[in-house]
Design a protein around this ligand. Sequence first.
Ligand code: PEP
Length: 255
Amino acid sequence: MTVTTPLVAGNWKMNTTVEEGVKLAEAVRLGTEGLKGVEVAVLPPFTHLRPVYDEIGHSHVQLGAQDVFWETKGAFTGEVSPLMLAGWCEHALVGHSERRHILGETDREVGRKLAAALAAGLHGILAVGELEEERFAGEWVTVIDRQLHSALEFLPQPPTPGQYVIAYEPCWAIGTGRTATPEQAHEVCAHIKAWLTERTGAAPRVLYGGSVTPDNAASLFAETAIDGALVGGASLRAEQFTAIVTAAAPGARVG
Ligand code: PEP
C-alpha cells in the first residue's frame, strides 16, 4: 500500500450470498490482474470475509470490512472486533453514510471506530459527506470539518498518510445515479487534503464515492485531488468494477 497509488474499493454492502460473493471476488481478481499503478480492494459482508480471503489469497486484491467495533473484546453481541480482522483483512471502512444516517451512528462513534481500527493495525477508510440539504444550505465545509475533527479526536497521535484514506461521499450521490460533478468532487477532496495537512502535517489519499460508473470514472480520476473511488452499486458487477479500476490505472494493462 502506498500513499500515491490510486485505490479503488468496492463496497458490496448487504448484497450477495457467500457463493456469489466468492465468484464476484474471483472475477474481480481475474479482471484486474496485471493492472499496474492502481490498488484494488473489495469490502464484502462480514460473513463472506473468510471465504473471499481464501479466494483472493495473496493476490493483488486487498480485503476490507464494511465496519468494525470500537472495543476489542467482551459483551458486545453481534459486533466484530478489529482484533478479529487484524493480520489478514487489510481495510476497515468506518463512517459510511448508511451507518450514520440509517443506523444512527454518531461522529463520536465513528471516531472511536477509526481509533480502534488503526490501533489494531488495520488500514482505515473513513467516509465523510454532507446531506443534500446541507449542500443546498452551503454547509458542506462545516459538516466535513466536523466529521474530520471528530474522527481524529480519539487518535492518540496524528495519523500518518499510510494508515488511512478518506472517502468523500456526498450522501445525495450515493446510490442515486446523481454523481457529483468532477469539479464539485475535486473542490471537497482538495479541501479535505488541505484541512488534514494543516492538522496532521500530511494528507492521506482522498477517494470519491457516489454513483461512480465506468462512464464517469475517468473524468473524476482526472481531477488531481481525487485518488481513487469507493464504489457501491457498480462494484457488484465485475466487469463494471474492473472498468472503473482500469480507469484509475495510469498505465496500460500489462501481459
Ligand atoms: C457507497 O456505498 O459507498 C457508494 C458510493 O455507493 P454507490 O456507488 O452505489 O453510489
